[in-house]
Design a protein around this ligand. Structure first.
Ligand code: HEM
Ligand SMILES: *[C@@H]1O[C@H](CO)[C@@H](O)[C@H](O)[C@H]1NC(C)=O
Ligand SMILES: *[C@@H]1O[C@H](CO)[C@@H](O)[C@H](O)[C@H]1NC(C)=O
Ligand SMILES: *[C@@H]1O[C@H](CO)[C@@H](O)[C@H](O)[C@H]1NC(C)=O
Ligand SMILES: *[C@@H]1O[C@H](CO)[C@@H](O)[C@H](O)[C@H]1NC(C)=O
Ligand SMILES: *[C@@H]1O[C@H](CO)[C@@H](O)[C@H](O)[C@H]1NC(C)=O
Ligand SMILES: *[C@@H]1O[C@H](CO)[C@@H](O)[C@H](O)[C@H]1NC(C)=O
Length: 520
């Protein structure tokens, strides 16, 4: 009864936010995983601990988190709300932008070296930068921040437009207005950013002296006393007159831009942040979302991505060499499953023969997310051998006997375009071998190919297609096999096919290392 009440409550919450999508959706599945699978998204490890700085020995006075937040602001700051140009589009990756005085320092190239490689066909470089920024706030003491995907990476640099400390208040107010922020929002956004990091001596020798501090080897004069975490000390120290912020108490008043900005409304906004940590946190949650959602005109962002309560992952079907069975593997992630008791978690599935089947799943690991606010409990499917004529069409899950079926539609699986176990690899300096894809005969594709990740001339992710050829096979076999060589030293593939002029993709990335060695 209690469980039922809880389920009704959870369902209502989900309906109210109206942001759940139906699995599978490869683009949304990928964005959701980057945002919430924080033990394997490649982002969180780089800001754990929040003082981590991977480009110098410990004690440099810098952090990856601060670099990412500054990079996101400088990428957005080119936006012109009147004509819709500029914004979060990863144009900061172009050398031409990084060479501008407004973008001094190596923080931008560091950020891209850490994050660009995490972009995929479904996740733009700008989306990774936005997610990295949000997770940096969220995991380093800040509030949870809404994340949307769908940013589009620029093909060329944007016009200049990042504020610099020697400019006057009027220019700064005008620059933020051009970016889409009011004067009060300017005060907030600068305070939200400047709770992290500081000013480097090497870049701003007129502002920061050599500090002679072995714990701050790059002589970074920090904006507040807690420079690797989010808190309202940037405001409390400013209001109490104890701040060491080099853009407030710098000896040369020309470059005291934070001092001019913070005092521009008679200190009202900063005083409100100083007296309420929670007001500061909620204001920053709003402003940082708006910052990373400031995109060039015409770019359509997704709804806010929220974690799916029950999410299958790493689903793989492989046809046996004799074509009599297919091997079915996968994982299930359950969000915020109470850890106080053990749970009965089952996979139920339907097949083409009208059968229903169920097996229990084994818990494999528990990960935390959202700065420890949430948990992801992972379960492994047992390796299942399915009869090839029955195949599989749909999955449901039973968690402590409560059915999870996405409001009745279930979790659709397609068994018509799958890997063939005649694939094999030979490991050497590069991996070579043969990849083979099994295609159900009723599908009748005009092309079958392997898809892998490539980059265009300006580093944007693109899909590289490697065409396969149809292999002669038994006349009555259910599946035909298409095969081709492993190309370009690639190691991770999805399956693609063209059916009636329409391209389809199967969403599971398969590593070639999961295939057997080729017979020699
Ligand atoms: C008038 C507006 C602004 C001016 C003049 C300004 C100026 C500066 C300067 C001179 C630095 C030192 C850079 C270095 O030495 O590496 C800095 C660092 C930083 N800024 Fe700003 N800033 C402004 C607004 C913002 C905003 C809106 C954000 C983010 C929301 C932000 C986030 C940061 C961060 C995180 C750092 C530290 C970087 C690090 O330690 O690696 N800034 N800012
Ligand atoms: C913003 O765009 C408008 C319209 O193209 C233009 O008139 C204005 O000068 C631009 N603002 C800046 C600061 O470049
Ligand atoms: C650091 O050392 C140099 C050389 O001894 C000195 O000129 C400078 O004033 C010192 N800086 C600080 C902040 O004490
Ligand atoms: C103060 O900073 C401005 C801007 O960087 C510079 O032009 C000026 O010479 C500096 N003044 C002094 C006294 O150092
Ligand atoms: C704002 O606060 C600062 C720091 O306490 C103080 O020096 C300044 O006089 C205040 N400005 C106004 C206009 O109240
Ligand atoms: C594929 O081949 C490997 C090695 O021979 C074997 O362990 C595995 O069970 C096979 N999988 C299927 C689906 O036949
Ligand atoms: C799973 O199968 C068992 C029999 O193997 C059956 O007793 C049980 O009711 C099934 N569970 C569900 C949720 O369908």
């Amino acid at each position: 009864m209690l469980r039922l009440a809880l389920r009704v409550f959870v369902t209502c919450l989900a309906t109210a936010t109206n942001a759940l999508y139906i699995w599978p959706s490869p683009p949304l599945d990928a964005l959701e995983a980057m945002r919430f699978d924080q033990d394997r998204n490649g982002i969180t490890d780089l800001i754990q601990p929040c003082s981590l700085f991977i480009f110098a020995a410990p004690g440099a006075g810098r952090s990856n988190a601060a670099d990412w937040i500054r990079t996101a602001y400088h990428d957005m700051a080119t936006h012109n709300i009147t004509d819709g140009t500029g914004g979060m589009d990863a144009s900061i990756r172009f050398a031409e932008e990084q060479a501008r005085a407004e973008n001094v320092g190596d923080g931008f190239q560091n950020t891209l070296a850490a994050l660009l490689g995490l972009s995929t066909r479904y996740i733009s470089i700008a989306d990774v930068l936005a997610a990295g920024t949000i997770i940096a706030f969220e995991n380093c003491g800040g509030p949870e921040i809404a994340f949307r995907g769908g940013r589009v990476d620029a093909s060329e640099p944007n016009a200049p437009g990042v504020p610099e400390p020697q400019q006057d208040l009027e220019s700064h107010t005008a620059a933020f207005a051009r970016q889409g922020f009011t004067q009060t929002e300017m005060i907030g956004l600068v305070a939200c950013g400047h709770t992290f990091g500081g000013v480097q001596q090497a870049l701003f020798p007129q502002i920061v002296p050599v500090l002679n501090d072995t714990n701050n080897a790059q002589s970074v004069s920090h904006f507040d006393s807690t420079f690797v975490t989010f808190d309202n000390n940037v405001a409390t120290e400013y209001i109490s007159g104890t701040t060491q912020n080099p853009l407030v108490v710098g000896l040369n008043d020309t470059t005291n831009s934070d001092k001019r900005i913070f005092a521009s409304d008679g200190n009202a906004t900063m005083a409100s942040f100083a007296s309420s940590a929670s007001l500061f946190a909620s204001t920053c949650a709003d402003l940082i979302t708006r910052m990373v959602d400031t995109v060039p005109a015409g770019v359509q962002l997704t709804d806010v991505i929220t974690p799916l309560p029950v999410k299958p992952d790493l689903i793989d079907l492989t046809l046996s060499v004799d074509q009599k069975t297919m091997q079915f593997t996968g994982m299930l992630r359950v969000w915020n499953l109470p850890q106080t008791t053990t749970h009965d978690v089952r996979l139920l599935w339907d097949d083409r023969a009208g059968g229903t089947n169920n097996v229990s799943l084994v818990q494999s690991r528990v990960a935390t997310s959202s700065g420890g606010r949430a948990t992801a409990t992972w379960f492994s499917f047992p390796t299942l051998t399915l009869d090839v004529t029955a195949g599989i069409t749909n999955m449901l899950f039973a968690i402590d006997n409560a059915i999870e079926d996405q409001g009745g539609v279930g979790f659709a699986i397609q068994d018509d375009l799958i890997w063939s176990n005649t694939s094999c690899i030979t490991e050497g300096a590069t991996v070579t071998g043969k990849l083979a894809i099994a295609v159900r005969n009723d599908l009748a594709p005009t092309r079958v190919y392997a898809e892998s990740l490539g980059r265009d001339a300006v580093d944007r992710p693109v899909v590289v297609e490697t065409d396969f050829t149809l292999q002669p096979g038994a006349a009555n076999a259910l599946y035909a096999v298409w095969s081709g060589a492993i190309a370009n030293g690639q190691q991770d593939f999805t399956i693609g096919a063209e059916i009636g002029g329409v391209k389809v993709t199967r969403n599971d990335i398969r590593s070639v290392f999961d295939f057997s060695p080729c017979a020699t």
